[in-house]
Write a protein that binds this ligand. Sequence first.
Ligand SMILES: Nc1nc2c(c(=O)[nH]1)N[C@@H](CN(C=O)c1ccc(C(=O)N[C@@H](CCC(=O)O)C(=O)O)cc1)CN2
Ligand SMILES: [Mg+2]
Length: 298
Amino acid sequence: MAIRIDGKLMSAQVLDDVATDAAAFYQEFGIKPGLAVVLVGDDPASQVYVRNKIARATECGINSFKHRLPADTTQEYLDRLVADLNADPEVHGILVQLPLPAHLDEERILTAIDPAKDVDGFHPVNVGALNIGKESLIPCTPQGCMIMLRKVLGDLSGKHAVVVGRSNIVGKPMAALLLQANCTVSIVHSRTNNPQLLTKQADILVAAVGKPEMIGPDWVKPGAVVIDVGINTVERAGQYKLVGDVHYAAVEPLTQAITPVPGGVGPMTIACLMKNTLTAARRLETQSRSGRQYAVMV
Ligand SMILES: Nc1nc2c(c(=O)[nH]1)N[C@@H](CN(C=O)c1ccc(C(=O)N[C@@H](CCC(=O)O)C(=O)O)cc1)CN2
Ligand SMILES: [Mg+2]
């Protein structure tokens, strides 16, 4: 029997630790950690994710500042808002919910966020730091996947990890984290010839392609640990349902452990966002305190 990696349960443990840290942070600094969430437009899934992020923040003792903007928001308005949030001492973390409406420049806005407040870990400074193994804010979904993998496997050293998908949000940072954990890492993508040749060798298989149930049993080595990052809505017999990139029913019997969809990686993404907010808040407040001390000293 494969282990079903329960993202709801694991995320509850992470959130519990964050709540404890947030209480200690309040005791130490006299303010709550603050998270600003920017949502542009009316995408229904994004509205659900933002609502969940704010609910989890409140439960953990993190202040949230929601900025809901209309779909026709201009680039200049969004740039100004991010600049204001960068300067706001009550805001320790900033996230702009993706995807943005097509007329807005995603790269420009993600690069405008102060890297110290970039709790999504998407700023080039944090991307670069991650890739050279320096302390950084780590993207939430791959961070959540690593917590799950460590829980199941312990030390990942020497494992062959294959990541299917090369997005900036998941595939690339996932590969960087696995490499940092001393895995042998392969990335498979849409131009890879005979991808199954590689995925069939994977001790760890991470699927992040956004294609419903694309990964069948013919992609998986018996005994592999499979992490399914995909969240795809499909219509089955007139009903909408969420499925992953992995065909769970067909693949599960082959595996040592596997994440379900829903209830796998998704909840860990939000828990790691809270974790990053605490990390950012602690670094910023420690810095500003030592800055003040320095000002007093001179
Ligand atoms: N700025 C960001 N934008 C986006 C990110 C991100 O990390 N930062 N990731 C995704 C969306 N996302 C968080 O924002 C996210 C997606 C899914 C879940 C989740 O818990 N899913 C549940 C199912 C939810 C449902 O019923 O629809 C699950 O898998 O169990 C959390 C966060 C893109 N944009
Ligand atoms: Mg995009």
